[in-house]
Design a protein. Structure first.
Length: 413
């Protein structure tokens, strides 16, 4: 998800990095588990589990303004606001032991970023007359892209197409890799400034918050790039007396978490049927769900004629047998008793299940901590450049699907 700062309404947000940094700086240690809801506790952060506050996290003097789970699902990428240091904006990586590494320092207003499934971070840097977009690799190599979304307030990556989704005051647009506008939607009378955004692989929609220009009502909105339509999915209940700003996806339950600030701060869980139920009586100006990114990870992008390594991880299913697969699209998905696998049963799907020479380690057994390695031998055909494909896997127990991994997306270079 994307956390952002803004004056007046959209206040400075906490970040999940403080949860882990606390283990090194405050003398305490918080055991974060997959599914824990991390929220802005003011000061610091708090962790909620099953409706109970299980930890108070800190330190409060660090100001993270944008946080995402890394592509390895075992570390965080965090944009920090450090006014007393130069540069004031820094993108850092924080591992599970709380050890941080600075990837890059920005000389100007970098607030938001999004992370793709190879680990690259795309940072939106505000400036005049337009914003710029910078790609930061996992090793800290920085490339300035040849375009920047004009006057953008927030950014997210469309993992289905690889396009960039960016929103400003009244518009949401989809940009291709060259910066061309693919689709554009107008929100009027809704408007958005700085807000969270989450791309939903299951539907292909990008979700974000907006405010009505008529009565100030906050709503969860969706942008469909295929039709350039923007739809209000859920109005914030007036009884909450809260302005929703935080948004996160919970993979385990296939629901969304929404939070914000106001007279009665409340974090709610929103189903795909837009039914909201309370999770915690706490502010959620920034939200995250630990361990909910992808459990199909890589350390780079696939290349023509090279082996592309993958790490598969499901800590809840140690020693379980697994089956992985690839496809050219994530929808409409494959229904199983354990839920939907976001892969399309196409020709690549069949090939990945039947050709172990190309798709190595796509069947096997997870180790005692729930890990396994796999690889794809990408053929040396130049025509494959630019091909986007998707990978997921399931675990098997007792002859039945026990768990389903998130679907990761990659583009062959």
């Amino acid at each position: 998800m994307i956390g952002i700062e803004h004056s007046r309404r959209w206040r400075l947000r906490g970040g999940v990095c403080a949860a882990l940094l606390a283990a090194c700086t405050s003398g305490g240690s918080a055991q974060l588990l997959p599914g824990d809801v991390i929220a802005d506790g003011r000061p610091g952060l708090v962790a909620w589990r099953g409706g109970v506050r299980v930890a108070t996290l800190g330190p409060p003097n660090i100001i993270p303004v944008c946080v995402e789970m890394g592509a390895d699902n075992a570390s965080l990428l965090v944009m920090l606001n450090t006014p007393a240091q130069t540069p004031a904006r820094r993108l850092i990586r924080v591992d599970a032991n709380g050890v941080s590494t600075t990837l890059f320092g920005f000389s100007s207003g970098a607030f938001q970023f999004a992370v793709d499934d190879t680990g690259d971070a795309f940072a939106l840097v505000h400036g005049a007359p337009r914003s710029s977009l910078m790609r930061v690799s996992p090793s800290g190599v920085v490339t300035t892209l040849p375009f920047g979304p004009s006057n953008a307030s927030w950014i997210e990556l469309d993992r289905t197409t690889g396009h960039t989704i960016a929103g400003d005051w009244l518009n949401v647009r989809s940009y291709d890799l060259l910066g061309n506008i693919v689709s554009s939607g107008i929100m009027f009378p809704w408007r958005t400034a700085f807000c969270d955004a989450v791309h939903d692989m299951r539907t292909g929609l990008t979700l974000f918050f907006a405010e009505s220009g008529l009565d100030g009502t906050t709503a969860l909105m969706s942008f469909d790039p295929s039709s350039a339509t923007i739809t209000s999915m859920m109005l914030a209940p007036p009884s909450h007396a809260i302005e929703f700003t935080g948004l996160a996806y919970d993979r385990k339950t296939d629901t969304f978490l929404a939070g914000g600030w106001g007279q009665l701060p409340t974090i709610v869980r929103v189903t795909r049927g837009s039914v909201a139920s309370p999770v915690a009586a706490d502010r959620g100006t920034t939200l995250a769900v630990w361990g909910q990114r992808h459990i199909v990870a890589s350390n780079g992008a696939p290349r023509v004629g090279a082996s592309f390594g993958l790490a598969l991880r499901e800590p809840a299913e140690p020693n379980a047998f697994y089956v992985a697969a690839a496809s050219l699209a994530p929808r409409p998905g494959i229904q199983t008793p354990a839920g939907i696998v976001d892969l399309q049963p196409d020709a690549l799907f069949a090939l990945s299940l039947s050709n172990p020479a190309l798709f190595r380690g796509f069947t096997g057994q997870l180790d005692v901590v729930g890990d396994a390695s796999a690889a794809i031998a990408v053929p040396p055909f130049q025509a494959l450049r630019g091909t986007r494909f998707f990978v997921s896997f399931v675990t098997i127990r007792g002859g039945r699907v026990a768990s389903i991994a998130n679907t990761a997306a990659f583009t062959i270079g």
